[in-house]
Write a protein that binds this ligand. Sequence first.
Ligand code: VGL
Ligand code: ZN
Length: 386
Amino acid sequence: MSVVSRCTASVPMPGVGTDIPDFYRNTNSAVPIMAKQSEKVDEEESDIDQYDVLACEAMDACFTAFDKNGDGFLDEREFSLVCRALFRNDRGKIYNVEPKKVHEMFTVFDKNEDGFIDRQEFIFCWNQWIKKIVRPISVILVVDVQNDFISGTLNISHCSAKQNGAEVIEPINKLLDTVDFDAVVYSLDWHPSDHVSFIDNIHLRKVDSSSPKSSEEAKVYDTVIFEGPPPMKQRLWPRHCVQESWGAELHKNLKVVDNAIKVYKGTNPDVDSYSVFWDNKKLSDTTLCSELKQRNATDIYVCGLAYDVCVGATAADSLASGYRTILIDDCSRGVDLEDIEQTKKNVTSHNGVIVDSSQVKAMVEGRDRRPELGYKLAVELKNVKA
Ligand code: VGL
Ligand code: ZN
């Protein structure tokens, strides 16, 4: 059965029965476009030609299926049917998308602002949006699952939320065993002995006159301001994750996959680094940014320790860098309950999502497609030239 005949035959009602991945699945010959975008297709010329032709066919079939009135354009109502087909969970339940959001996304793809998505505009919509939603490239960041945060000097169970960091290990291992991520990244807090965040190093640097606490008053977990230029806010922690120490090792029960990427952060003695992307002063990015670009990553799953510190800062930077971002709630533990709540609000208000690990496999496989993430990607495409 050809792609076209299947698509038209299977859509008696406007869009309702159509699942977007159908356009990838229907013929044996359509297999090349099922290949994950990160996988190389055979380099032979004929295969690449075939790949392009089939991709084109699927795209055309999709356009035709949603051009209900056959006028050669997708109007906003027809585009809303694309959204209904696109944003579904793995049981086929349709996620509702507010008309305002549908409108906003429509305007992203109606580049010439004539109120229609024409076939030319749909090429951009298909390649930059639909394909990435249906076949995301998913990277998981396992943040700082290190001895010191679990049972060492910065054991988070002694902090106000009294959470047990060891509890993240089992669900993270299960994810790594069962979900086929395109890349797995482990970050390690990796401080030199004279690091600025250690309370016992407070006398190594001058505290600014604007600091709420002097160096004599400051206690562990307080925030001080060190002299500049520019003056720098710094929360003080017990000495932790010193390079090459036992406390800086990943917990022995954490699964470390083959081909894992390790990112070391907080290595500059004078600058702390909560995010796995950037240090706190945004002076330098880590190796993570180039690793993600190299792989054409679209979706970043974040989990680990501590929820409201390094996990939260990493999720925030992931969103700010334009990635569809998913924080895995039950694979993260934190320091302070209020700060954990604030972290969640920050993620959802920037079009990220908070999920349970049981939902991750279907999302990575493109069977559970969240409207928040589709919206996030559309927003990122606003200023991208077709
Ligand atoms: C962290 C405090 C200090 C973390 C790192 O990994 O969340 N927290 N350094
Ligand atoms: Zn640290």
